[in-house]
Design a protein around this ligand. Structure first.
Ligand code: ADP
Length: 726
């Protein structure tokens, strides 16, 4: 109900006017005092008491502050009341249009209500909560009242409302113009104090933040960190005690990690209990702070018994993950003053610090474990980064290489004679052939044998295994190699090779003679249609002798390779025809397996040693027959291709079977000398694939396997069309 200015003037005008200069002087004095007060806690009571001092006939002055959720009581003077009512009054929020103050706020003009009505009736509409407070205030005031509410405008912002209660209007010496002038001065003083308060708060927050960050950065470990954070936070808040609880997500438990100002036995309800059974379960679950009185039904009995009445539980967040809870204790008044907005950024900082320390501790633990494992290995272990710089070498590596200090941080490629490794013939290795360089190129290899020659004439042999270290995007980030000393083994191997070479050499001539005579005898018996049992026996004899000769020939080839005497006789060969001949030759031993030849053209001419390439194809086809089930299909395919190393024209020959396949981990090993897959039965010395690879490589070609266990095998041979070095 707005009163026109004229009417309002009648009510507030004094019957006996004071001398204007005196009135102005009093207001000026009061306003100057207000403007000098920067702290809201001092300013707000000073405004209302100042009013009563300047206008002694005024019954009461009430200052409401505008907040986003409504008008809130900031200070009052003139009304004596029980503490409980005062507390209730402080709780109420008047929304736009509620009560006389809410109306003045809504309309942005002075509102006045008066008459023979109680305080509550004059207030008009309000929330039930506000109504009950107004009712209680009515009991303190006479029935005949005038309530004047003036909006406090600073610029275009309404910072609050001043409510004045008169019981005798005539006695109050307040001109409407004066009221407006004073209201705008009060508004300016309030705005001033609010700005000052904002600056002071943000300064405090910054200081608090700085203090916490300092305590985080100087902490030595997690226990130190949580303890010092708790001490710093307690100094910043009105709480008188507190605790820091760490959350263990694996166990879904909270753990009491630091406490201050309170006995830890009182905090037993937080320690090592499942989250859901702890008093701050919802803080962990939802990551939201909770500030509330303590409740025995929430398990806070020991705290209540110790005289604590309220707690603030603040989640320590790292991103969206709760790493712990900061619990602050005190009485309700102290705890309700806790500045959540100041503490939450601090809690986030602490949350991240805890997550980081945990990560760091986890990685350190992992590192120590790795270190113990790597150091306890009898094999040498070397690791390098993506630039080829050595980053780790275990004790065994130093011992095996007889180097006290391996050069770290130095790219391998810049050290051509690194570690003085040579191939088995004694030729120095190029940097490209170093085990670490190979692994860095993305190669995975097993049993890469190298030797080292010492100035005193000693020789040591090593077997290297290596692989690239690949990150989750498939990029090579480094490489790892392990190696062991195989000198003793190598010596035995050499003695074995020498013995086998001599034995093979001695066996070759008598066996050749036996085969000729056995062939002759068989042919004779067949011609004269002799006893079938004799023919059968002679057939077996010739087959077995032929097999023995093949084994002996393989052994002789090995010794030729070792002594560098396996020379190739190059000629122009149609490999399609060669493959057809090998298939025809093998057909009798293939049983009912189907042997297929697929080629894109009837003629593929390659410059190669026909005898040796025939040997390779025979080995591959022989294996395919040997290791695949009856009634399965074996295909030999030929087509044009390019050598990946230099893009020169080549022929790709593949031999596929439907046998048991070869596990990927065996792909390299099956090409090793005498290697046979464990558990594989059947005749053989484990030399076929070794010789095949040596022969293909002598031709400048490549051989590899595409196979998985249980899915058949395909052996691929890539032969350059032109003789290498031609
Ligand atoms: P051998 O056949 O005399 O044992 P090889 O050098 O020819 O020796 O072969 C080495 C090993 O490779 C064999 O023991 C066998 O386990 C495996 N292997 C070779 N070819 C095949 C194949 N086609 N399918 C499955 N395993 C094979």
């Amino acid at each position: 109900m707005t009163k026109p200015k004229q009417e309002l003037a009648e009510i507030v005008q004094p019957r006996v006017r004071a001398i204007p200069t005196e009135r102005v002087r009093r207001w000026m004095q009061a306003s100057t005092a207000w403007l000098a007060l920067q702290e809201p806690e001092q300013l707000f009571p000073a405004i209302v008491t100042g009013f009563i001092e300047v206008l002694p006939a005024l019954r009461a002055a009430i200052l409401w502050l505008a907040t986003p959720s409504g008008l809130q009581l900031a200070a009052q003077a003139g009304l004596e009341m029980p503490a409980q009512l005062a507390a209730q009054w402080r709780q109420i929020k008047l929304r736009l249009g509620e009560g006389v103050a809410g109306l003045a706020w809504q309309r942005e003009t002075v509102i006045q209500q008066h008459g023979e009505h109680s305080y509550r009736e004059l207030q008009g509409l309000a929330s039930p909560q506000a109504q009950s407070v107004f009712q209680a205030l009515s009991d303190l005031l006479p029935r005949s009242l005038t309530i004047t509410a003036a909006p406090l405008r600073a610029g275009n912002q309404c910072v609050g409302v001043l409510e004045l209660i008169n019981t005798d209007t005539a006695a109050v010496d307040l001109e409407p113009d004066d009221l407006e002038m004073v209201a705008s001065m009060i508004a300016a003083a309030i705005r001033n104090a609010q700005l000052y308060d904002e600056i002071r708060r943000s300064h405090q927050r910054l200081k608090a933040f700085d203090a916490v960050v300092t305590s985080i950065s100087t902490a030595a470990d997690l226990p130190d960190l949580v303890q010092s954070v708790l001490s710093v936070v307690l100094e910043l808040t009105p709480a008188n005690s507190g605790a820091l609880l760490l959350f263990d997500p694996a166990q879904e438990r909270l753990q009491l990690s630091a406490w201050s100002g309170i006995d830890p036995t009182i905090l037993a309800c937080f320690d090592q209990v499942p989250v859901d059974a702890s008093p701050c379960a919802e803080v962990v679950r939802y990551g939201q702070p909770a500030i509330r009185p303590l409740l025995s039904e929430r398990g806070e009995t020991t705290l209540i018994a110790a005289g604590v009445t309220a707690a603030a539980y603040l989640p320590l967040l790292a991103g969206g993950t709760v790493t712990g809870v900061l619990a602050l204790f005190g009485d309700l008044e102290a705890i309700s003053k806790i500045d959540k907005d100041m503490l939450m950024p601090i809690c986030n900082q602490v949350g991240f610090a805890i997550a980081n320390v945990r990560l760091y501790e986890d990685s350190q633990r992992e590192r120590r474990r790795m270190h113990t494992v790597v150091e306890s290995l009898a094999e040498g272990v070397l690791l390098c980064d993506r630039y080829g710089r050595l980053t780790l070498a275990n004790q065994a590596a130093h011992e095996l290489l007889e180097q006290a200090n391996l050069s770290f941080e130095m790219p391998l490629a810049t050290i051509p004679n690194l570690y003085d490794l040579r191939d088995l013939d004694g030729s120095p290795l190029t940097p490209d052939d170093l085990p670490l360089t190979r692994a860095l190129r993305g190669e995975t290899f097993y049993d890469y044998r190298l030797m080292r020659q010492y100035s005193d004439g000693r020789e040591r042999y090593f077997s290297f295994t290596g692989a690239p270290a690949v990150n989750e995007n498939g990029e090579v980030e480094g490489a790892v190699i392990t190696f062991r000393d195989i000198t003793a083994n190598q010596k035995v191997q050499r003695a074995k090779d020498e013995f086998l070479a001599v034995a093979a050499h001695e066996l070759r001539s008598p066996l050749a003679a036996v085969r000729s005579y056995a062939d002759l005898l068989l042919r004779r018996e067949q011609q004269r249609e002799g006893d079938p049992r004799d023919i059968h026996g002679l057939t077996i004899l010739t087959q077995q002798v032929a097999h023995m000769l093949r084994l002996v020939d393989n052994l002789l080839d090995v010794s030729r390779l070792d002594s560098g005497q396996l020379d190739l006789q190059y000629q122009q060969v149609n490999v399609v025809m060669l493959a057809q001949q090998v298939i025809d030759q093998q057909r009798p031993s293939a049983g009912n397996r189907e042997l297929l030849l697929e080629t894109e053209t009837p003629e593929l001419i390659v410059s190669c040693d026909a005898v040796r390439i025939r040997q390779v194809l025979t080995n591959l086809l022989n294996n395919a027959i040997k290791y695949s089930p009856p009634d399965s299909v074996i295909s030999v395919r030929l087509r044009h291709a390019l050598l990946p190393t230099n893009n020169t024209p080549a022929v790709l020959i593949s031999v596929s079977d439907q046998g048991p396949g070869i596990p990927v981990s065996e792909h390299e090993r099956v090409f090793q000398r005498y290697y046979r897959t464990p558990g594989r039965r059947g005749e053989g010395l484990g030399l076929g694939l070794y010789l095949s690879r040596e022969i293909v490589q002598l031709h400048g070609g490549q051989i590899w396997i595409e196979s998985r266990e249980g899915q058949g095998s395909t052996f691929m041979v890539l032969l350059p069309i032109e003789q290498v070095g031609e």
